[in-house]
Design a protein around this ligand. Structure first.
Ligand code: PLP
Length: 394
């Protein structure tokens, strides 16, 4: 047997299994109330409509749907996405849209596109765990941008750019994962301006923008991107279903062909069948009403979790109040070790994600990410009661 360890690429030395994936294995047991995963509510999946769309695709264009397809994606779906981008305040042509296997693949592709070992990526602090993982695969170094309740603070950027010469800034402006925080409109405009002035590439990751349940929509950073600095990624994972693995990227013209080469090398193309099913679903079902149902349910679930936390958590704990998305972020007392708390919590059959792994640098032991989209209101109340009891005993 070969000495696999000795033969592994250098990049494997710094890669660790995702804590979330490990936790999810434990929390898959039905008796555990899990606030851990980033899972949408399965009872809200549009099962009947997607089933009807799949039937229609198979009976009308079955052979095409099961054949290889273009790497760019299924053109009618790209056109639909381009129109959708218009609704989000971004002028895009179907030719600018590359269909991907979820937005996670966009992170993989942009990592390959830009990063050599040791290159710097600017991120919010904390940031999305699997983005850290994707860029770590390319041996990136992370430099966090100071962040507050309105998202990252653009004033820091000129100094950080001068000092670290980053390859790009990765940001999640809407209902960020893990904090639920939204980047304020004036900061988005400022971010786009600074990026233009300093030649900074921005990766704007927007999986949650359509899931706003209070407040008013804010256009993406790309809306203000006159200089062509922003690569925008989004997904159908939260608005249709993540199992379809359908996302997209809108890239400035000069980069599209490069991304396309990487996409081809990676997997040739995203599933022809899934793309056609999604297209038929989007154009022949009431997708808008479906998103409205999701928004209402998540807004209600956030309200239930917020009220339960107010009732159950001892003093010294605070949490964010997101206006959309699927997560809130709890800050505990400085001495809290949320990883240790998790082992006691699992014994009481409730789970969350400890904050530590969302920080690309040091710190972060006294935070927890709680998901509110995947549990019913009853289970949210019950789970927060168990969590609160544990925190009161610390
Ligand atoms: C910020 C962020 N980016 C990307 C993704 C990946 O989503 P997808 O299912 O589209 O790959 C997620 C999933 O939770 C996410 O939270």
């Amino acid at each position: 047997m070969p000495d696999f360890e000795a033969h592994l690429a250098h990049r494997m030395r710094q890669l660790r299994p995702s804590t979330i994936r490990e936790i999810l294995k434990v929390t898959a047991q039905p008796e555990i109330i899990s606030f851990a995963g980033g899972l949408p509510a399965p009872e809200l999946f549009p099962l009947l409509d997607v089933g009807a769309a799949a039937q229609r695709v198979l009976s009308a264009r079955g052979a095409d749907a099961l054949q290889y397809g273009p790497s760019e994606g299924f053109m009618p779906l790209r056109e639909w996405i381009a129109a959708e981008m218009g609704g989000r305040g971004v002028l895009a042509d179907a030719q600018d849209v590359l269909v991907t296997n979820g937005s996670q693949q966009v992170l993989d592709l942009v990592g390959k596109l830009f990063l050599n070992p040791g290159d710097v990526v600017l991120t919010e602090n904390p940031t999305y765990l699997a983005a850290i993982q994707a860029f770590q695969t390319m041996e990136a170094r992370f430099v966090p941008v100071p962040t507050d309740g309105d998202g990252l603070v653009p004033d820091w950027l000129p100094g950080l750019i001068a000092q670290h010469r980053p390859k790009f800034l990765y940001t999640i402006p809407n209902f960020q994962n893990p904090t639920g925080v939204t980047l304020a409109a004036h900061r988005r405009r400022e971010l786009a301006r600074i990026a233009g002035e300093h030649g900074l590439t921005i990766i704007e990751d927007d999986p949650y923008g359509k899931l706003r349940y209070s407040g008013v929509d804010i256009p993406p950073v790309k809306h203000w991107d006159e200089a062509g600095c922003v690569i925008y990624a989004s997904t159908f994972s939260k608005t249709i279903a993540p199992g379809l693995r359908l996302g997209w990227v809108v890239a400035p013209r000069g980069l599209f062909s490069r991304l396309l080469i990487l996409k081809q090398a990676s997997d040739l193309h995203t599933s022809s069948f899934d793309q056609r099913v999604a297209f038929v679903y989007l154009t022949q079902s009431d997708h808008v009403a479906h998103i409205e149902r999701i928004r209402r349910a998540y807004g209600e679930r956030f309200g239930v979790m917020d009220a339960a936390l107010r009732e159950e958590m001892p003093t010294g704990y605070s949490w964010t109040h997101p206006e959309g998305g699927m997560f809130l972020w709890v800050t505990g007392p400085a001495e809290l070790d949320s990883l240790e708390l998790l082992s006691s919590a699992i014994k009481r059959q409730v789970a969350f994600v400890p904050g530590r792994d969302f920080f690309p640098g040091e710190g972060g032991t006294n935070f927890m990410r709680l998901n509110f989209s995947n549990s019913t209101p009853e289970r949210i109340r019950d789970g927060v009661r168990r969590l609160g009891a544990l925190c009161r005993c610390l």
